[in-house]
Design a protein around this ligand. Structure first.
Ligand SMILES: Nc1ncnc2c1ncn2[C@@H]1O[C@H](COP(=O)(O)OP(=O)(O)OP(=O)(O)O)[C@@H](O)[C@H]1O
Ligand SMILES: [Mg+2]
Length: 358
């Protein structure tokens, strides 16, 4: 196939799979600045002197906390084979190195700066962030995450995975450090890194945060009634963030399509926050849970939360089917099914998620 026929995703996947197959090295930073030589970092185990923690639950890598000469470092080591079994998973470590190399000189607030990365060594070494993974986002957390997310967009980075395991809160701001699923795009002419950059407008920053993180955290926090005010706070801040983002992109000559996208969403949310907050919540929760269920099934990376998402969808359809259909939240392929058929389909997906539970 000619390059022009490929989506942005396919072009990126092909190039990175070929790079990995070639065995070539992608590295940046200064190996001499490392706390220990590369070979020693590769050989560290949970019992090695100075190793204070080991995170080995990750899908792409394992991360050690190394205390050396009074400083803590995050030593991220690639797994021999990524547990996300698709081209994006297989290329996620190399992709992360590429993003770190591009992001480091930008010095953005809330974006960790590794001191050294090497694809051959399967290593990323960064300062250790002393923080906690966020749950339901409070106002400070939401503001700081939206700020970091907008900064990424403005510099041409589209981050797909805002799940809690990829976020740390140091009490002052939220930090991002895992760029395995962060791809380049042109923020002045494109909306994201999917399709041709313009034809998948359903994917955007607030939608990613809601899908990968917020609605999952809200499932743990309690009922829909309890979740509603948290969601509304986030949405109000997201609307404000999109208005300011559009202003900044406008000054740099972004296309009308890009500006209308962010301004249109902000206007719609302001309007619905005032007139139909419950419906806005239902529609966004539906989209978040559906899209995350899809992602987990596609990557075969299902957890107990994936099952609860599938259950939430079934219950919402039973209780609020009409409202959901009226709000336009259902994807075209779901909207053509009647409630009985759609419920059966969701039940099937729940069972499929059970089979792929990690
Ligand atoms: N610089 C850091 N400072 C403190 N903790 C870190 C740092 N980098 C990673 N971690 C911890 O290690 C965990 C795994 O890191 P990371 O998300 O980068 O790996 P991963 O294998 O790509 O995970 P997954 O595939 O599940 O997204 C994080 O959830 C976090 O708790
Ligand atoms: Mg991660």
């Amino acid at each position: 196939m000619a390059g022009a026929d490929l989506t942005l995703d396919e072009q990126r996947q092909q190039a990175n799979l070929a790079f990995i197959a070639s065995g070539a090295e992608f590295a940046f930073g200064d190996a001499l600045a490392l706390p220990l030589p590369v070979a020693e970092l590769q050989a560290l185990t949970a019992d090695s002197p100075g190793v204070e923690a080991l995170h080995d639950g990750g899908l792409t890598a394992e991360v050690l906390c190394l205390n050396h000469a009074g400083r803590r470092w995050a030593i991220k080591r690639a797994r021999a084979e990524c547990r996300v079994r698709n081209p994006d998973g297989q290329t996620s470590f190399l992709n992360e190195l590429q993003r770190h190399a591009e992001l480091a000189p930008l010095d953005l607030a809330g974006i960790v700066k590794p001191i050294y990365c090497s694809s051959r060594a399967g290593l990323v070494v960064s300062p250790w962030l002393d923080g906690r993974h966020p749950g339901v986002l409070d106002e400070r957390q939401a503001r700081s995450l939206l700020q970091a997310g907008c900064a990424l967009i403005e510099h041409g980075f589209f981050e797909w995975d805002y799940s809690a395991g990829n976020l740390l809160d140091d009490g002052e701001r939220l930090w991002l450090y895992d760029f395995g699923y962060c791809y380049r795009f042109d923020p002045l002419t494109q909306l994201n890194s999917a399709g041709d950059g313009r034809d998948c407008p359903q994917f955007h920053l607030a939608e990613r945060i809601e899908g990968r993180h917020l609605f999952g955290a809200l499932l743990d926090a309690g009922s829909d009634d309890e979740a509603l005010p948290h969601f509304l706070t986030f949405k109000r801040l997201a609307a404000q963030a999109y208005e300011s983002l559009a202003e900044r992109l406008a000054r740099r000559g972004a296309t009308t399509a890009v500006l209308d996208h962010y301004r249109g969403l902000a206007t719609r949310w302001h309007n619905e926050l005032t007139h139909a907050p419950g419906q806005l919540y239902l529609a966004n929760a539906w989209q978040a849970h559906s899209s995350d269920l899809d992602d987990d099934l596609r990557g075969r990376s299902c957890t107990s939360r994936t099952l609860r998402r599938a259950q939430w969808l079934q219950q919402a359809l039973r209780e609020h089917g009409l409202t959901l259909r009226d709000s336009g939240a259902l994807a075209a392929e779901d909207a053509v099914l009647n409630d009985v058929a759609l419920l059966a389909h969701l039940r099937e997906r729940e069972l499929e998620a059970q089979r792929h539970q990690l």
